[in-house]
Write a protein that binds this ligand. Sequence first.
Ligand code: PLP
Length: 461
Amino acid sequence: MALAYNSLAGRDIATHIHPQTNLRLHEEVGPLVVSRGEGIHVVDSDGNRLIEGMAGLWCASLGFDNARLASAAYRQLQQLPYQQTFAHRSNEPAIELAELLLARAPEGMSKVLFQSSGSEAVDTAMKLVWYYHEAIGKPEKRKIIGRIKAYHGTTIASASLTGLPNMHRGYGLPLPGILHAACPHHYRGAAPGESEQDFATRLAAELEAMILAEGPETIGAFFAEPVMGTGGVIVPPETYFEKIQAVLRKYDILIVADEVICGFGRTGNYWGSQTVGMAPDMVTCAKGLSAAYFPISAVMLSDRLYQVIADRTAFFGGFGHGYTYGGHPVGAAVALEALRIYDEIHIVDHVREVAPLLQDGFARLGRHPLVGEARGIGLMAALEFVADKETKAAFPPERKVGARVADALRRRGVLLRALGDTLVCAPPLIITPEGIATILTALEAALDEVHAEISAAGPVS
Ligand code: PLP
């Protein structure tokens, strides 16, 4: 299809570089231009109404037309559109948000530092790990452990910590001193017959071996998403964090929970850490913090870390860190309203009520001939497509099975995201049982369509 140069799509192709996109393919296929939102739906520039089954990028938890969030932004823009938080300056929404966030925070968090994005929060947390260890006289404790398939962002440091090859290729990343432990994916990583608990025991032993090989005195922190999102919705095996954390504590390695996706109800608790039994020293969050209506992120830290860091800033005569838009009053006002709405609509109870419909539906689709594994928790779920259910053999990437299912689904009015041959779903948290049923019906039909095409094309060689 030729795209008229003066159409929206043509103008986009002519001028606009898209992240996480094959730019040459984009020149051929153009963008999906989204014009407006209605609840869990978005409407494209041709007027098609689509369920946003990914809440954007796992973030628009209150849907796309929340009037209260819009009003909170407008009111704050009129009253005070900008105020910095450097050098003893503050603003009312940032103060109120810090209080409310800490009141809802995982146990042990005592202070909060604001940024604009998840990547900046992760970057900040990495810097705080170094700052803390330098302050307690262990400056060599600098290495940071992430995990294969983890996603932590796109800045140089957070992309290094990410364990996805596509985020490293072409950039000479990861940076030195960033290590990646094994991915806790039982379906792909467990030995034949290995139980979840035994798999977790082995991963903890492997982590300890890595720490000992590197030298525990050189390792500063371990960062983990409670449930991996962009890696394909990977729920850790039973007892994983209990065993991993015992190893980390033994060697004085800080634990950072990256709650950028899992925070604010996604997994069926307010925090993913609560769902998987993490006891972090620091927490990063973003996305659901403002329900994506304004870019804002936060790092929360324990009092033990805060006291050391505060003393060090006094010693240096200042805290050499900060972003122009950290604690932005409009972002803070929107986030404050989002947190109040979560309380008022009992968002966690709602997720617990509707999540079984999504999880049971995905589990049922796990029996489809295309699907090797259906997995998920709360309102995040995934289907991993395989050429052979017995051997778990993947499809050749050129068959683009994930992308084809996503396309077939889009033609049926639902947007989900294909991450290779894993299709992920993380709808706005306000989704109703009817919304979930619509996604599942469309998904089943899309799977049947692609399966029929693949069967007609003959066996996978
Ligand atoms: N951490 C996690 C767990 C994420 O999923 C993401 C983004 O998806 C990030 C960090 C980075 O957030 P941002 O894209 O806002 O920089």
